[in-house]
Design a protein around this ligand. Structure first.
Ligand SMILES: Nc1nc2c(ncn2[C@@H]2O[C@H](COP(=O)(O)OP(=O)(O)O)[C@@H](O)[C@H]2O)c(=O)[nH]1
Ligand SMILES: [Mg+2]
Length: 316
């Protein structure tokens, strides 16, 4: 029988929140008659989270769990959760009770009734630190919108819903969980929507992400744009860049030679800027070109695989 919803929850050191979270999700799903599964991915927590998940799975048959051997990060956790999810709609949410399970029915309807491929939550009113999080987040989302062309206010919101085929077609690796809508867009899913969601202050535990996320996030965004455009044909970028740079150097040299030929020995070659500029520019061009060849070799030999060691599984 096809489940209505798979709820995928990546977690790291959230022992206090889990029982309340599972009870709440279960209540909401019961009220709306959703058949569902709750997939919790414990990413090498150092607190008692995994024991709590195991305990919950005996109490709630809907609870399934994966425990990683060590801490890999939120993206690998989502990736493994997406792999095993069987629901018609997949909903992700944070484990810390900052996302409200009351949003599940609305997010579900937007996929099933309104036909969205992906719906991202928008924490319009946020209960996080204004200086270290909310303000940088606004700037960051602005840059994201501009770069990716996806008009979302809160791309990195943990609360999202998907058609199943979307999560099965994207590969969330590294720290790419911040850009899932970009990945989905590049995979060809165009109907991406947004829903204002309730955000709650953190009740237990501490935040695991600080301001560094914005630097890493920006670099990741550049990588995503690069990989999606040139990932399978790096020579198109490096080759063009290399040829252009080399040509600039070559023209400089040619110009110097012509001047020398015209003016004869009186032309002070070593006093010209071009004399010093041309060789490094030509070398740079050659290096771009060779980088392109190496990148092509890497692409051709890379197995597109994600391998994460799992220590234990329950219900899967
Ligand atoms: N799998 C996994 N989940 C993580 C990791 N770090 C944080 N999380 C989870 O991601 C969610 C959001 O993290 P949180 O620290 O609350 O970030 P914030 O809400 O932006 O301050 C929570 O459910 C965390 O448990 C990690 O390294 N691995
Ligand atoms: Mg949080």
């Amino acid at each position: 029988m096809q489940l209505d919803i798979s709820i995928v929850i990546p977690l790291f050191n959230e022992e206090e929140s889990l029982p309340e979270l599972v009870t709440w999700i279960t209540r909401v799903c019961k009220e709306h008659n959703f058949s569902h599964e709750i997939i919790m991915i414990d990413d090498g927590s150092t607190d008692d989270s995994w024991n709590v998940v195991k305990q919950l799975s005996t109490q709630f048959p809907t609870v399934k769990g994966i425990r990683f051997q060590r801490n890999y990060g939120k993206s690998p956790a989502l990736h493994e959760g997406f792999k095993v999810a069987t629901g018609n709609v997949v909903i992700t949410m944070d484990a810390d009770l900052q996302d409200s399970p009351d949003e599940i029915p609305g997010l579900y309807d937007m996929i099933v009734k309104d036909g969205f491929d992906l719906v991202s939550g928008w924490k319009k009113v946020r209960y996080d630190n204004a200086i270290t999080k909310n303000l940088p987040s606004k700037l960051y989302n602005g840059v994201n919108r501009w770069f990716s062309g996806i008009k979302l206010h809160d791309m990195n919101c943990g609360l999202k819903s998907y058609k199943r085929k979307v999560v099965k077609s994207i590969e969330v690796y590294g720290e790419m969980h911040r850009f899932i809508p970009v990945l989905a867009k590049h995979a060809g899913f165009k109907k991406i929507g947004e829903k204002v969601v309730v955000h709650r202050p953190r009740k237990y535990g501490v935040s695991k992400f600080g301001w560094e996320r914005f630097i890493n996030g920006f670099l990741d965004l550049l990588s995503i744009q690069f990989v999606s455009r040139f990932g399978k044909k790096p020579m198109h970028l490096f080759g063009a860049l290399g040829s252009f740079t080399f040509l600039v150097g070559f023209v400089l040299v040619a110009w110097l030679i012509i001047q020398r030929l015209i003016e004869g020995a009186g032309f002070g070659l070593t006093h010209k800027v071009g004399f010093y500029l041309a060789p490094p520019v030509m070398i740079m061009g050659t290096l771009f070109f060779l980088t392109g060849f190496i990148a092509e070799l890497v692409v051709r030999n890379a197995a597109d695989r994600n391998v994460y060691l799992t220590e234990e599984k329950i219900g899967l």
